[in-house]
Design a protein around this ligand. Sequence first.
Ligand code: ATP
Length: 763
Amino acid sequence: MGFKRLYQLGIFIVLDTLFTFLSLGFFGPSLKFDVHIIYQKLFLVDGYSFTKSPFELISLFFIRMILLIISAILIINKKDPIIKTLNVPCLGFSIVSVSYTIIKLLAFSENEALLYYPGLWFLVSWSWLVSPLFCAFWFFGLSKSADNYTRLFNPDEEQPQDNQTEVEGNETETEESKKKAKRPTWKHVKRLFTFSFIQWRWFLTGLFFLLAYSGVRIFIPYYTGVIIANVVNNKGHYELFKSVGIMAGLTLASTILGGCRGGSFDYATSLVGRRVRKDLFASLVKQEIGFFDVTKTGDLVSRLTADCSSISDSIALNINVFSRNAVMLMGALFFMFSISWRLALVTFIAIPVISYFSKVFGALFDKLGETMQTTIANANQTAEEVLSTMRTVRSFACENEEAARFDSMLNETLNIGKKKAIANVGNTCMAEFSTSAVLVAVLGYGGHLVLTQILSSESFISFIFYQIQLGENLMYISWVISGIMTSVGASRKVFEYIDRSPKIPNDGECNTNVKGDIKIDNISFVYPSRPNTTVLKGLSLDIKSGETIALVGPSGGGKSSIVQLVEHFYEPDEGEITVDGVDIRDYDHKHYHQKVALVAQEPVLYDGTVSDNIAYGFDGATKEMIEEAAKASNAHNFVMEMEKRYDTKCGERGVQMSGGQKQRIAIARALIRKPSILILDEATSALDNESESLVQEAINKCSVGLGLTVLIIAHRLSTIEKADRIAVIDKGEVVQIGSHPELMEDTNGLYNSLVNRQIMDGV
Ligand SMILES: Nc1ncnc2c1ncn2[C@@H]1O[C@H](COP(=O)(O)OP(=O)(O)OP(=O)(O)O)[C@@H](O)[C@H]1O
C-alpha cells in the first residue's frame, strides 16, 4: 500500500518538475529550449517584475513539491492519518493557485511581447491544470489511501460496529444498512434530476422557452450599453430611438417567453409532486408488515407530505432558476470574452473561491435539510399519535402535557432552522462579497484598460452590464445549490423508501381453488423487530378442511403470531405453512386473501359507508351480495334500523359504530368474498351480552352453516366448547390438542386449569 503511493507520488513529482522546467526553458520569444532561461528565471538574474517574472508560478511549484515531500515522509514513517489533516490547507492552496495563475496571466498580458513567448502559455496552462490535479491526487490518492491504510492496520477500530450489530440486533442493523444505503450527495442529486426528468416533456417545453428567453435577454445589457454610449457620445436622436426600439422589442419578447417558461416549469412541478407521492405511497403499501412495526406512521405521513412537497417545489423551481442562470451565464461569458478576454479573466479569479464555498455550504445545507425533515417528521408523528388517540388523552387530562411535547418537537425544528439561517447568512455574504469584489476588480482593471486604450469606453460599459448580470447569475446559482442541497436532504428518506424492496415479496402466482386444508409444519419464528426473542418454536398444526379449530392459551403464548403467519404478514424463519399442499408464499396475493379472510379482534373500518366497508377489496360486489354477507354476519338488522341504512357512514376507523357492530360488519366483509378459510380473533370484553350472542351466532353460521375452515383465537368457553378441536398454545408451542371433553380429562393439563380459571372469573 505504502509503496504504491510512494510510486504514484514519485510519478507526480517527476511530471510536475518536467512540465514546469520545460515551460521555463521555453520562456523566451523563440520556440527554442534554453537552459539558461531556466537559470535566469529561477534565480531572478534579470530582477523581479510583477508583469514579467514567472517567479510566483515557480513558487507555487515549489510549495507543491514541499507538500508532496512531506506526505512521502509521512507515508515512510507510517504516519498516514496526518495526511488527511492537511486536506483543507491543500484545497485552499489549489484554489489560490488557480486564481493567482489567472492574475499572473493578466499581469503578463500588460506586455504585448510576452504573449508571444510559448513558455508563458505552457507555464500558465500547466500551473492552471496542475492545481486541481494536485488537489485531486491529494484527496483521492494520498488521503483516501491513508483511510484504507488505517482500516487495514487497525481493524479493531471497525470491529465494535460489527459486534454491535449482532448484540443489539435489528435496530442497529437497520441503522447500519441505512448508512450503507446512503448515497453520496452527487449521486443523490443525479437521482433527483433523473427522477424529475420523467416529466421531460414539460421540462423540455420550459427549457425551450427558457433558451428563447435567455437568447433574447442576453442582448439587453449590450443594448443598454449602446443606449448609454449613444447618449454619452451625443450620437443624435435617430441612433438613440433605434437602440431604444430594439430594447423595447427585446423586453416584450423576453416578457412573453419568460411567462411561458414559468408556466411550463410550474406545471412540471405539479407533475413531479404527484409522481413522487404516487411512487412513495405505492412502495410503502407494498412493504412487509415488519417494516411498519419499526417505522412510525407519523414519520411516513410526514415523508409523504412535507418531504414530497419540498422535493417537487424545490426541484422544479431550481431547475428553472438554474437553467435560466446557467444559460445566461454562458451567454454573458461569451460576450464578455468577445469584448475583452483580459477583463473576462478577472471574473475567473473568483470562480474557484465561489465554487469552494458553494461546496462547503452545499454539504452543510444537505445535512441540515435532512435533519430538519427528520425533526418535522417527529413532530408530525407526535401530532398524529395524539390526535388519533384524543379519547385517551382527554381521559387522562394530558392535553397540556401533549401540547408541551409537541412544542418541544417544534423547538427542535426551530433550532435546525436557526442553524440554517446562520449558514444562510454565511452563504449569502460569501456570494454577495465575491460578486461585489469581482465587480470592483473589473471596474479598476477595466478603467486601466480604457485609459491605456486597450478597450473602448463603449465596450467597457457593455462589459460592466454583463458583469453585473453574471454576478446575479452566479448568486442565483449558489442560491440554487443551497436549495437543491436542502431538497437532497429531504429526498434521502423519500428515495430510500421508494427504492426499498419489501422483505416479503407477494409475487406468488398460484390461483387454484382453495379447499381449506392448513398445514403448519415445524415453524420457528422471530419478529424482525425483536430478533432475540423466539416467539414460535418448532410448532406444527394440521387443520382439515371444514374444521373449526380454536387456539387458546395464556397471553403472549403466540396465538396471534400463528394467525399473522397464516395471513402471510410475516414468514417463518424455519418450517413452512401450506394450504392444500401449496406453500402460502406461492399463492397469488390477491387470490390468497380472497380465500383466506381475517376478522381482527378490533376490526378497522374505513371512513366510508357500511356498503363500502363490506365491499372493501372485493371487486364487483353487488348490492345483493353485500346484503347477503350482512345477513350471514347478523349485521343486516341493525344496518336496516339506521337512517341511511347501507349508506350510513362508519366514521374514521369506524368510530361511529359500536364494538359489536364493527365486528359484524367486519365478518360481513370477510364473508362477501366467499372464503374457504376464516380466521377470527374473537372479541372479548368489548361486547355486551346481546352483541356477544349475535357475533357468536354469526361465527357459528360460518363454521357450521357455511362449512368453512375456521381458525379462531378463542377467549370464551362458549366458543371454545363448540370448536371441533382446541389447540393450547403456550410459550410458542402446542402443548395440548383435542376436543373439549378430551382435554378436560387431563386434570393436570393447562387447558383444564385455564377453563377452571375462566369459570372462576365468571367468563
Ligand atoms: N409486532 C410484534 N413485534 C414484536 N414482538 C411482537 C409483536 N407482536 C407480538 N409480539 C410478541 O410476540 C409474543 C407472542 O405474542 P402474540 O400476540 O402472538 O401472543 P398471544 O398468545 O396472541 O397473546 P394474547 O392472547 O395476549 O393476544 C409476545 O411476547 C409479544 O410481545
